[in-house]
Design a binder for this molecule. Structure first.
Ligand code: SAM
Ligand code: SF4
Length: 474
């Protein structure tokens, strides 16, 4: 149902995220939002668990069928991800920035934001603090600044991070969230062994985009929107899309993000590895309430549920921008990865947010709990906390990962790997209470590993972990 110059395969941002196609999709969805026959057909198709196109997804999002949507999202989440929830933390390297993003306190015009960039020695201290919490997976964050944080600085930092083995700790997967860059730089990131390359579109609505990105390289909408194509051309296997909800109409963003995923699938044969759903938060000099497209928790959960239904094989990430209550709700209907114990300041893990350092926080988090509290909480509400990084280290990335997902095979490794990495966490980092709850969980869950042979290997490896060995994976 193409309109105007919409072309999912095109390399041009304005063709694969085509404004007219989005507007006509939304008009059609609004017209049909009470058409129960059509909605039932779409729900029927969705129940085959092979995903939906952006038009069908937009109609579900705008329809009134809340109970059915949430029930189906829950079912898909359970089938593809079980109860596992993967944990990670952001690590801010530098907040120098040449861009003018009005929602972000790191923007170049904010003269009251203290600027800081970590030295390699400071990165070591941050990483040791993160390892001491139990983290194995990081998302690197920097502002965009050709002099302060050129690609060489990011590459050196990745090397430093991977080189630190402190006690039983090691960061096993470094995901990278840095500004849009060239194919050549993406190739360097790939060679440095990054996990996922994350880049949030912020908003897909070009007019809104131009208004809130008044200056700096990020103000080039097409260059930013086409970044994932360059990343894939540079050999990056896993890319993560995201929208900063609150900047423009949520239904527009939702439809466009799915079109972006369809584009990557059409052009490169593999969709995004993850979808992130950050919402704007209060920050130094930034009032979230000034952004008129804010959404309530109910709508937010509905977006997550519709993403889960539309892209069953794609991870969905939610950060500490969300409260405990909200995270509980969205974990239930689709989220597969969450951050925990996060600091959004440069150097925040080593000194803590209330240390002597000037306050360089990017935004106020909404979930202040420690990683241990989050692990304990996840267990208490029926989830399996996972520190697994196996897929990427076993080369199960990009289209290989997607193929395994689509055939359900990923289940045979993810569940046992979650139990093995949780066991490491319990022995090395957890409180006594979390350990008791975690050990009980492992004892129960081990019985659910279907293959007797795999169960035997897992039991053997759990024993070896108790004897002091580490880093087993299926
Ligand atoms: N500077 C790079 C960029 O802009 O692409 C890297 C990521 S930046 C450190 C991380 C993300 O934080 C941005 O992409 C944006 O979506 C988000 N962000 C900025 N200001 C925020 C705010 N006030 N509340 C919540 N998220 C915010
Ligand atoms: Fe800089 Fe990124 Fe913040 Fe924009 S969102 S001001 S590019 S750090």
């Amino acid at each position: 149902m193409a309109s105007n110059n919409y072309n999912a395969k095109s390399p041009s941002a304005r063709e694969f995220i085509n404004h007219d196609e989005i507007m006509s999709t939304l008009a059609w969805a609004r017209e049909n939002k009470n058409n129960s026959e059509l909605i039932n057909q779409i729900l029927q198709k969705a129940s085959e668990k092979k995903g939906l196109g952006h038009r069908e997804a937009a109609l579900l999002l705008l329809s009134g069928n809340t109970d059915e949507i949430f029930a189906l999202a829950r079912e898909i989440k359970r089938e593809f991800y079980g109860e596992r929830v993967v944990l990670f933390a952001p690590l801010y390297l530098s907040n120098y920035c040449v861009n003018g993003c009005v929602y972000c306190p790191f923007n170049a015009g904010n003269s009251t934001m203290p600027r800081r960039k970590l030295t390699q020695e400071e990165i070591r201290r941050e990483v040791i603090a993160l390892q001491d919490m139990g983290h194995k997976r990081l998302a690197l964050e920097t502002g965009e600044h050709p002099e302060q944080s050129p690609i060489e600085y990011v590459l050196e930092s990745i090397k430093t991070i991977y080189s630190i083995n402190h006690k039983n700790g090691a960061i096993r997967r470094v995901n990278v969230n840095i500004a849009a860059t060239s194919v050549e730089d993406y190739r360097k990131l790939k060679d440095a062994g990054i996990g996922t390359y994350l880049l949030f579109q912020e908003t897909y609505h070009e007019e809104a985009y131009n208004k809130i990105h008044p200056s700096g390289p990020k103000s080039d909408y097409a260059y930013h929107t086409e970044a994932m194509d360059r990343a894939m051309q540079g050999g990056v296997d896993d890319v993560g899309l995201g929208v900063l909800f609150g900047l423009a109409d949520y239904a527009y963003e939702f439809t466009a993000m799915l079109m972006h995923a369809e584009h990557l699938e059409a052009a490169f044969g593999v969709g995004p590895h993850t979808l992130s759903v950050p919402r704007i938060r209060k920050a130094q000099g930034v009032e979230a309430a000034n952004f008129t497209h804010g959404i309530d928790d109910e709508t937010f959960a509905r977006i997550v549920a519709c993403l889960r239904i539309s892209a069953p094989y794609t991870g969905i990430i939610v950060s500490t921008r969300e409260s405990e209550d909200c995270r509980k709700k969205v974990l239930d209907v689709g989220v597969s990865q969450i951050s925990g114990g996060s600091r959004t300041s440069v150097g925040g893990y080593d000194v803590g947010d209330n240390g002597n350092c000037p306050d360089t926080k990017q935004f106020e988090v909404n979930d202040h709990r420690s990683l241990d509290e989050i692990v304990q909480w996840l267990i208490s509400i029926g989830h399996i906390p996972s520190f697994c990084t196996a897929c990427y280290r076993e080369g199960r990335v990009g289209d290989r990962f997607m193929k395994l997902c689509k055939t359900g095979q990923i289940q045979n490794c993810c569940h046992p790997n979650a139990l093995l990495t949780l066991q490491e966490y319990l022995l090395d980092y957890s409180s006594a209470r979390t350990r008791t709850a975690g050990e009980e969980l492992i004892t129960r869950e081990i019985l659910k590993v279907p293959s007797e042979k795999t169960r035997g290997i897992v039991l053997e490896n759990l024993e070896k972990i108790k004897q002091g060995s580490r880093d087993f994976r299926i």
